[in-house]
Design a protein around this ligand. Structure first.
Ligand code: OXT
Ligand code: ADP
Ligand code: MG
Length: 604
């Protein structure tokens, strides 16, 4: 299309208001590109307006071409823009913000490498059912599609499709409202997950009429509609539960996500059924609850006859519902349990073993329907089942108490985590972030949680690297104190984000369980050559100095007393703190509690 020629007179034909604005901008010496004319808006502003219209007020990201100006403009428009040192941390932050708030967490990256750095977090969000939107700038479509070698060229949409719950691209400014609305709905409706939104560089400065732009935005109505379970499915589940002699409830992170805390507690207490919380469901009911069978896990799974899963999948973390964990003779053998599964995904049932009573719907609606259908005179489970569990549980708790009471030199996981256990008990609103192998597994069983959604960890993938991203988001979203218990290897994946923690002055205390390596620090190179074993790190590493380098507090703790003092002070002061807790380098085991999953070569 031919451009309409303009005469010099036409060029200067501006309104007095526009002239005044231009003058003001010049006066301020602003070196930014001319603002869109008063009656126009552009892609930058439409994306920001669309997010804000939908209650999204925080962006986790990392600036660069083509989204640098977007981050400035978002901040200028009153959004919280948390800028990270690596996109993967920004992505993990967005995903856990989504889990904590039920609103999609937004991660913003540059094209190709930035996008790929964020993609791991997006895939992890989808795997864990966390609602998240990864927004990445992308390069010239026509150049990318012809593979002509553009700056940061990559067909991002095609790559994201296989790892995201949904993936969209917006090419025109007047489609931004629809693009954001679709991304929000896809992230939070049904089973939540990660959504990719591709925004090419050319979209951001595209201008359209401001009124038309405003009209094109969509405020999403009922983004995650309730899904009411079918009454006959509820009756089937109740019927099965009534036949149980040894019933068990398993609470998963879907139950924690659903924020149906009061009804879930009422269901557990009204039925009197013992329950086991999956890792991130710890605290949904206080871990000290008398019906918790967590400390008798290896007894209750094989012994139960009817198991009600609430927001937990029968994946590897539950040994696929079969095999020795469930009383089967071998890995493929079913233990004979009957399962009720409450889940929003109709496809989840029968994924590993037969589900006798699937109840499909959102957990809030399902749990309240089951509660209502229990009737007024529900009998508690048989006493012999409850007594047997209590016996196992008390025995394990007794053994744990003995281990916690010891004070070896150097510290071991028990003596160090005993301190964390006390501090979390005294500060139940604090959020515990946790990653590592032994550092993860010991923390899970030693540190009791008292409130829902306070424990954030490696989740379904057992992924290392979530630590600092989760910590930043948890502090930003909740304002609460965060305590991050980190294996020394785990910390290394996102350690540079301590600068982010200091920059935003967040109440995060990182506690590194420093045993000099992956699983333990005492391995040697069998050849006797100078290279160290692949599993060990520099000995006596001073991780606390990393925090000091950015103005935070760093402490090296070699005894439980030193650790307690430092952790107490961190919680009191809310200053960014890193405690380097020096642990016996021989204290851990290979892969922590999942040694059996680790193939090893047969010894000759
Ligand atoms: O019933 P029994 O007798 O069996 O006892 C159980 C409970 O009843 C009891 N218990 C209690 N007793 C008393 N009181 C209380 N309150 C109580 N509560 C429980 O305790 C036991 C254990 O209970 P639990 O935990 O409930 O039961 P169990 O059988 O363990 O449960 C099974 C599982 C599978 C549900 C559970 O084990 C679990 O959730 N596991 C998660 C494991 C996981 O995800 N691990 C992380 C991955 S490991 C590995 O992959 C690592 N890598 C590789 C890597 C990864 N992951 N990612 C990336 C991006 N790259 C590479 C690496 C590099 S870990 C790792 C770093 C490791 O080094 P670090 O330095 O970071 O860490 P350290 O090991 O510390 O050195
Ligand atoms: P865990 O690792 O704690 O066992 P999983 O991640 O395996 O938990 O399972 C979570 C389950 O919860 C998923 O199957 C998911 O579909 C389901 N879920 C997530 N949110 C909801 C919800 N609001 N209502 C019902 N089910 C949900
Ligand atoms: Mg370690």
């Amino acid at each position: 299309m031919n451009e309409v020629a303009t005469t010099p007179a036409q060029k200067s034909a501006t309104t007095p208001a526009e002239d005044a604005l231009k003058e003001k901008t010049r006066d301020a010496g602003a070196a930014i590109e001319a603002a869109p004319r008063l009656q126009e808006t552009d892609g930058f502003h439409l994306v920001i307006d669309a997010l804000k219209l939908n209650g999204i007020d925080t962006i986790f990201g990392l600036p660069g071409i083509p989204i640098t100006d977007f981050t400035r403009k978002a901040q200028a428009a009153g959004m919280r823009v948390i800028s990270f040192r690596h996109e993967q941390s920004a992505g993990y932050a967005a995903s856990i913000a989504g889990y904590m708030t039920q609103k999609p967490g937004v991660c913003l990256t540059v094209s190709a490498p930035g996008f790929l750095n964020g993609l791991t977090a997006l895939a992890n969000a989808t795997t864990n059912c966390f609602p998240m939107i990864l927004i990445s700038g992308s390069s010239e479509r026509e150049v990318v599609d012809l593979q002509q070698g553009d700056y940061e060229e990559l067909d991002q949409l095609a790559i994201a499709k296989s790892l995201a719950k949904a993936a969209f691209r917006v090419l025109h400014a007047d489609d931004i409202g629809v693009g954001i609305a679709r991304a929000i709905r896809a992230a939070v409706s049904g089973r939540p997950g990660g959504v990719y939104l591709d925004l090419p560089a050319k979209l951001f400065p595209q201008t359209i009429d401001a009124e038309a732009g405003k009209r094109s935005l969509i405020k999403v109505v009922d983004a995650a509609p309730r899904q009411i379970p079918a009454p006959d499915a509820v009756q089937r589940a109740i019927g099965l539960l009534k036949t149980a002699k040894r019933p068990l409830i398993i609470l998963g992170k879907g139950a924690a996500y659903a924020q149906a805390d009061a009804d879930i507690r009422a269901l557990v207490e009204k039925t009197g059924i013992p329950y086991v919380p999956m890792s991130m469901a710890k605290g949904l009911l206080p871990d000290t609850h008398e019906q918790s069978a967590a400390a008798a896990r290896s007894y209750v799974l094989p012994a139960a006859d009817v198991v009600m899963l609430i927001g937990a999948r029968l994946n590897w973390l539950l040994s696929h519902g079969k095999g020795k964990t469930w009383g089967g003779k071998n890995a493929k053998d079913w233990g004979g349990q009957k399962f009720i599964q409450i889940d929003i995904s109709p496809q989840e049932a029968d994924s590993n073993v037969r589900i006798d009573a699937p109840v499909v719907g959102d957990i809030g609606s399902c749990v309240s329907a089951v509660l209502a259908a229990l009737g007024p005179s529900w009998s508690k489970p048989p006493a012999d089942w409850l007594d047997a569990i209590a016996e196992r549980r008390n025995k394990n708790i007794g053994k744990m108490a003995e281990a916690l009471a010891k004070n070896p030199t150097p510290m071991n996981f028990h003596s160090a985590l005993n301190v964390v256990r006390d501090i979390v008990k005294a500060n139940p609103d604090a959020i515990l972030v946790n990653e590592g192998a032994n550092a993860l597994d010991f923390t899970r069983s030693i540190v009791d949680m008292y409130k829902p959604r306070k424990r954030l960890d490696v989740g379904t993938w057992g992924v290392m690297g979530i630590g600092m991203g989760f910590s930043v988001a948890a502090a930003v979203v909740s304002g609460e104190q965060v305590i991050a218990v980190e294996g020394d290897s785990a910390f290394g994946f996102s350690g540079m984000e301590v600068e982010t923690i200091c920059r935003y002055n967040l109440p995060v205390c990182v506690v590194i369980m420093n045993n000099n390596g992956v699983y333990r620090g005492d391995e040697v190179n069998p050849t006797g050559a100078a290279d160290p074993s692949p599993l060990v790190f520099v000995k006596d590493a001073r991780y606390e100095k990393l925090m000091e380098a950015f103005g935070g507090v760093g402490v090296k703790a070699t005894t439980p007393t030193e650790l307690r003092e430092a952790l107490d002070e961190a919680v009191r002061s809310r200053k960014p703190t890193l405690i380097n807790a020096v642990i016996d380098e021989g204290a851990g085991t290979e892969s922590g509690r999942i040694t059996s999953l680790n193939p090893t070569a047969k010894k000759k």
